[in-house]
Design a protein around this ligand. Sequence first.
Ligand SMILES: Cc1cc2nc3c(=O)[nH]c(=O)nc-3n(C[C@H](O)[C@H](O)[C@H](O)COP(=O)(O)OP(=O)(O)OC[C@H]3O[C@@H](n4cnc5c(N)ncnc54)[C@H](O)[C@@H]3O)c2cc1C
Ligand SMILES: NC(=O)c1ccc[n+]([C@@H]2O[C@H](COP(=O)([O-])OP(=O)(O)OC[C@H]3O[C@@H](n4cnc5c(N)ncnc54)[C@H](O)[C@@H]3O)[C@@H](O)[C@H]2O)c1
Length: 473
Amino acid sequence: MKGSYQLAIIGAGTAGFAAASIAAKQGIKVALIEGGEKIGGLCILKGCMPSKTLIESSRRFWDLQQAKFFGLKVEAISADMQQIQWRKRKLVETFAKYREEEILSLPVDFIRAQASFKSSNELEIIGRDGEKQLLYANVIIITTGSIIDPLPIPGLMESGFLTSDSALELEHLPESITVLGGGPVACEFAQFFSRLGCKTTIIQRSPRLLKQFDPEVSQCLKDCFTAEGITVFSDTQIEAVSTVNGLKKVSFFFKGKKKEVFSKEIFYALGRRPNLKYLGLEKIGIHTDFQSLEVNDKMQTSIPHIFAAGDATGNFGIVHIAREEGEIAAKNALEILAGKEPSHVISRRLTMEVVFTDPETAMVGLLPRNGETINAKYFFQDHGKAIIEGKEQGFVKIYAEPSTGEILCGAIIGPHASELIHIVSTCMYFRGKVEDLLHMPFYHPTLSEILGYPAEEIFYVLQKRKEMNQSVV
Ligand SMILES: Cc1cc2nc3c(=O)[nH]c(=O)nc-3n(C[C@H](O)[C@H](O)[C@H](O)COP(=O)(O)OP(=O)(O)OC[C@H]3O[C@@H](n4cnc5c(N)ncnc54)[C@H](O)[C@@H]3O)c2cc1C
Ligand SMILES: NC(=O)c1ccc[n+]([C@@H]2O[C@H](COP(=O)([O-])OP(=O)(O)OC[C@H]3O[C@@H](n4cnc5c(N)ncnc54)[C@H](O)[C@@H]3O)[C@@H](O)[C@H]2O)c1
């Protein structure tokens, strides 16, 4: 027996580390079990940080190509993939080392092993040397993340393809690439490839890119991609992949007709699934289709003393949400250990997502499905600071509740959308109204001040409605 713990956390990525940090403060006996070859989790090792480092290089390469527009002369520029990769590796190493130090500084037992369930309180752990042991825990949190598990598209495996994992290591870019999918991974990587000179085609099933975003954001992004030379086929059905004369061929149905696209390489971005297959959940009566792991709003599975958080639930694939879910799971686990009912509930009101394309796309709040809302948008092409920066694509859009003017949702596509969206989310956090956004001071000329315009429009429409109602009475 490896030991007996009050709390065991399986997986030391974002969610697991967040859970361990909360639990460690309470002086209980915690095991944090990490089975990966490297320490750091997806975000640091193969997700946000490496991908954004590569994207930063391609964005700057693109901006340098626009130098003439700003009256600047730049002599021949080129992209050096080896150097770009070197910078990415250094940064990832630094971030991973820092995370390892953070983990080791916690008063928890950090165990380097793969864990799986033997019973609902017992884990079998297999160390990196292959040694098997049993570990007992009163409460367990599953934070095992997600994996790429390619769909069975005929011919895909035989032809070979890149994924976000392998593309992050490329030292040479192919001349042409076909990107399968239209989600965040597909969009971010497609633009990265294209801007560094790779002829890029996107083939996606949904009618629009980034289907979880405001439809106008999706359309604007598609227009920007098309203007940059990326070919986008939406609303398709992929049939098969094959290799013909050294080129990879994707056959698909588009507008009722069969089409074929040939390219040197294929980039698979049709999603990830929770990493649950080898956890032995069936032994403890937790049923899953491996696409998701059902949890309630306290992050509890169907077994009350077993929690799950982060990508392992299959709900969101977003770091700050994984962190928040890990914290909620740990707080509720502590209550169970204290003999109380879990009381901490996750709120989805401020759900936020950013995709680091250029222009960036960002949204916060849940897109209103039913119930009347009022919205207004303002274009960056009409905004002074955006014009100065030569970043005129896109718009900001705000949705409000019509009787109170409370801001319910914000959608932005444009320069620094990833930063600007936090002004909207801060307002929403405090249940702010369009009136608040209108009366806040914004420095001039800044990109931030653009948010005052849609707020102003909604405010005056609502005021007019109020006046009309009063005059009718
Ligand atoms: C290319 C890419 C770019 C992304 N960019 C962004 C972005 O810009 N912003 C954003 O918010 N999100 C981004 N994401 C998503 C984000 O990385 C994830 O949502 C987040 O990292 C998930 O954290 P997690 O803790 O749930 O899982 P992970 O970080 O994957 O942690 C799971 C851990 O569990 C370990 N483990 C698994 N099984 C076992 C086991 N049986 N025993 C012991 N240990 C185990 C793993 O080794 C791993 O360390 C990106 C994802 C990808 C793929
Ligand atoms: N900026 C960010 O926050 C960021 C960046 C990259 C990745 N991520 C996260 O990483 C995870 C993986 O991202 P992703 O883009 O790979 O997955 P995703 O699930 O978000 O998107 C997959 C896309 O593939 C399409 N698709 C699925 N099956 C298909 C099929 N059979 N035929 C055609 N199309 C099909 C879907 O419609 C969707 O557009 C997500 O959770 C995402 O949130 C986040």
